[in-house]
Design a protein around this ligand. Sequence first.
Ligand SMILES: Cc1ncc(COP(=O)(O)O)c(C=O)c1O
Length: 373
Amino acid sequence: MIPLFKPSLGLPEEQAVTAVLRSGWLGNGPRAAALEKKLARLTGTKYAVALNSATAALHLSLLTTTKPGDEVISSSLTFVAANQAVLQAGGKIVFCDCDPETLSTDTADVLKKITPKTKAIIVTHYGGHPADLKPLLTVCSKKKIALIEDCAHACGSYYYGRHVGGFGRLGCFSFAAIKNLTTGDGGMIVTNVKRLAERIRHLAWSGISSSTWARYRQAGPKAHRKWEYDVTDLGFKYQMNDLAAAIGLVQFNKLKPGNGKRAAIARRYNLAFRKVDWIKPLTIKPWARSSHHNYVIKVPAKIRNHLIDYLHDNGISANVHYLPNHLYKMFDKFPQLVPVTERVWREIVLLPIFPDLSKADQNKIIKTILKFR
Ligand SMILES: Cc1ncc(COP(=O)(O)O)c(C=O)c1O
């Protein structure tokens, strides 16, 4: 079976993990701090906090920027963690549509849905294609709305030449197993707001007033009194551990070449499907450089599931990301005005894309698809 996604892992990751195991320090420590520095530099932000997932990143983002009862505009075509985070912070979801050409958040629809109660907007850079942020930045700064970028797919994505994540108030990254940069599971928040970075770091470590690593390194006559800290807030155990961070540091160096390979794979698919009237690849907008986290084609809704079944029968994985969140039972009570999402999700098919996908396998995928009709 050709998988849909596959992480690129090798000896360097094994060696990095072994080094951490041998160091005796497995928890949040110097490697997590080093990875934070790298992502802050990549995104041009001042602060980064390493976490155990983008789910945690989104939760803490909403918790630190909204209050119970606030409205939060968020895409329906996303992973459910983003919308659950709104509810975890006590907010009300106002679902917005996606752009049918990129599947990222549709800025125009967001602008229409802003009310005086809107306190945050979660923008989804779907598949690594940056949403059009400029019109939102102006409005958000004028109306004091927190713009939260969901960059789970967008490690190595650029908007007008600048890496995503630092445009909004907070940027949330995922390093889950299938992401362009993986640590097995992991995530990070980037921001330019010191107060938010400090608060998020604090909440991610159970509301404890100092990190274990900092206390461990403390010098002085009372340095052995490791219990002398205060707990000031209701927190969470959301930190990244150094085993994960060590993998992330190796993966960081692979990000650019890996995304380059993804781009080449996407180009080959686009070329192969160019003249096929029943297949429509997504569009890359002029402002965008995508991480190509996934590769999506749109096909007529009535054949979509048959195509996926047929690919499966031929040893090729394909999938649909995502079933729109507003259709899940738990979101029943929120307004569901997303006609584009309702139409387009029925047409989408994700095809295999990952840096180590061989040409032979890609040729097989293309040939099999072209024989379908
Ligand atoms: C768009 C989006 N947001 C958030 C997440 C949550 O990421 P994580 O698995 O790191 O919690 C994902 C994960 O797939 C995602 O695709």
